[in-house]
Design a protein around this ligand. Structure first.
Ligand SMILES: Cc1cc2nc3c(=O)[nH]c(=O)nc-3n(C[C@H](O)[C@H](O)[C@H](O)COP(=O)(O)OP(=O)(O)OC[C@H]3O[C@@H](n4cnc5c(N)ncnc54)[C@H](O)[C@@H]3O)c2cc1C
Length: 463
């Protein structure tokens, strides 16, 4: 039986980053994985979707080449090649993690892992051989999968989850996307851009419902303009897959509507992978479908930890990685501060992109803050105009009393790269006035942040 300091179960952005940090800290480390290294993020999530979205963006540029004074006589999409490119980017990233494991001298234990009492873990390989390993610290990072609703059972063909949605053998003519969180709107944008007729069905009154309502409304307008149909305050109550395509029964405020499509994509959230991994045998506490942990990701059983999507924080790759780093730094005896879940950026990579951090205007008001709100539209930004991307805005929310930057909300081209400014400023407890006095380069999209802050303080120049 091999003994390690740390064994990480699952190699997503939570697990593999944890393993690397553990190894950097001098801990003898192994990682257990039953599929490809890199988890959902690299193989089935963040990266392959962004590759698909890049193809959509290039296609959009071709469609609008004349807007830029260019003539492109012939262009077309090759759906199969678009999917192949995405898979090849994902494969390359997974190979990159293989390289990183080798470089950091981390043992990769291929197979299905199950934790056992006594800080042990069984790893069963594809040829059904089980080997027992032990470690002083076992970190569970088994992630999540597509959530299935009883009204929307996935058959993988006509009613699908995100994995199938990024590897369809043929482009559907009509697609219904149920759920308008990040995953739903990214696929809606991608398929609409490729020429599929897309309808989004959202239970709540706005799409991207976790975002500030101004952003949700703006994205709704942009999507409608690009031909995506949106049904909000609506619920798919059942699907009928018996015919050629699929019929979705949608309960709306005005009554029931029956939509027909080739495929329904269920994008209604995730379900954690906590079954059959030995939690009950070890006695690890779970609440609903999340493993309970403290600020250092220790479970109720000493020596067992959990990070990433299986724990209660936001289900995002950068959260999983940050949790894992913090967890092993604590194990290695370093002084660490608990993660501030109120300062986690969230990004959605459809077009226009959406990015936010902190409180929405409604949340700030609910919490009783007296606020100053500033907004700067990209239609007044030279860089946005020159790029032909003038849709969208930056909105900032400050506490009127102490100048604390409570929230930042952006929609437009490239905003997912711009949000880090607000994250860093908020981490450093910067006030609006300091952001305003930090000179931003011209012409850039980032000037819109400075101008939005200026607007909050009645000093805006270009409006
Ligand atoms: C379509 C889509 C797009 C997304 N886009 C983004 C994005 O743009 N930005 C972002 O921040 N997040 C995005 N996410 C979310 C992100 O992918 C997850 O938050 C992240 O992957 C969670 O990391 P994790 O390490 O907790 O788990 P995962 O990435 O789910 O990895 C868990 C790993 O554990 C393995 N595993 C599970 N059980 C066992 C077992 N018993 N034995 C061995 N191995 C096991 C799995 O095979 C998997 O490889 C997206 C998700 C989806 C589905």
């Amino acid at each position: 039986m091999s003994k390690y300091d740390v064994i990480v179960l699952g190699s997503g952005p939570g697990g593999y980053v944890t393993a690397i940090r553990a190894s950097q800290l001098g801990l003898k480390t192994a990682i257990v994985e039953k599929e490809n290294l890199g988890g959902v993020c690299l193989n089935w999530g963040c990266i392959p979707t962004k590759a698909l979205l890049k193809s959509a963006q290039v296609f959009e540029y071709l469609k609008h080449a004349e807007d830029y004074g260019l003539k492109v006589n012939e262009y077309d999409k090759d759906f199969d090649a678009v999917v192949k490119r995405s898979r090849s980017v994902a494969d390359g990233m997974s190979k990159g993690v293989q390289f990183l494991m080798k470089k950091n001298k981390i043992d990769v234990l291929e197979g299905y892992g199950k934790v056992k009492p006594g800080k042990k873990i069984d790893v069963t390989s594809s040829d059904n051989k089980t080997i027992e390993y032990s470690a002083d610290h076992i970190i569970i990072a088994t992630g999540a999968r597509s959530r299935e609703l009883p009204s929307l059972p996935q058959d993988g063909k006509k009613v699908i989850g995100y994995r199938e949605a990024m590897t369809l053998p043929e482009q559907p003519k009509k697609l219904i996307v149920v759920g308008s969180g990040a995953i739903g709107v990214e696929f809606a944008y991608f398929y609409n851009s490729m020429g599929t007729e897309v309808t989004i069905v959202e239970y709540l009154p706005n799409i991207v419902p976790v975002e500030d309502v101004d952003v949700s409304k703006q994205l709704g307008r942009s999507f409608k303009k690009s031909g995506i149909k949106i049904m909000t305050s609506s619920e798919v109550t059942k699907v009928d897959t018996s015919g050629d395509g699929v019929k979705a029964y949608v309960k709306t405020k005005k009554g029931e509507e029956v939509l027909e499509a080739d495929i329904v994509l269920s994008a209604v959230g995730i379900k954690t992978n906590i079954e059959n991994i030995g939690l009950e045998e070890v006695g690890i506490a779970v609440d609903r479908d999340k493993i309970l942990v403290n600020d250092y990701y220790q479970t109720n059983i000493p020596g067992y930890y959990a990070i990433g999507d299986v724990t209660p924080g936001q289900a995002l790759a950068h959260v999983a990685s940050a949790e894992g780093i913090l967890c092993v730094e604590k194990i290695a005896g370093m002084h660490v501060d608990a993660l501030d879940y109120g300062n986690i950026p969230g990004c959605t990579y459809c077009s226009p992109e959406v990015a936010s951090v902190g409180l929405t205007e409604a949340q700030a008001k609910e919490k009783g803050y007296e606020i100053k709100v500033g907004k700067f539209p990209f239609s007044a930004s030279g860089k946005a105009k020159a790029g032909g991307n003038a849709d969208g805005f930056v909105k900032v929310i400050f506490d009127a009393k102490y100048g604390e930057w409570l929230g930042c909300h952006m929609i437009g081209a490239g905003v997912t790269d711009m949000i880090a400014e607000a994250v860093v400023a908020r981490k450093l407890e910067t006030t609006g006035h300091e952001v305003l006095k930090a000179v931003h380069p011209h012409p850039t999209m980032s000037e819109a942040v400075m101008e939005a802050v200026a607007d909050a303080y009645d000093e805006v120049i270009h409006l």
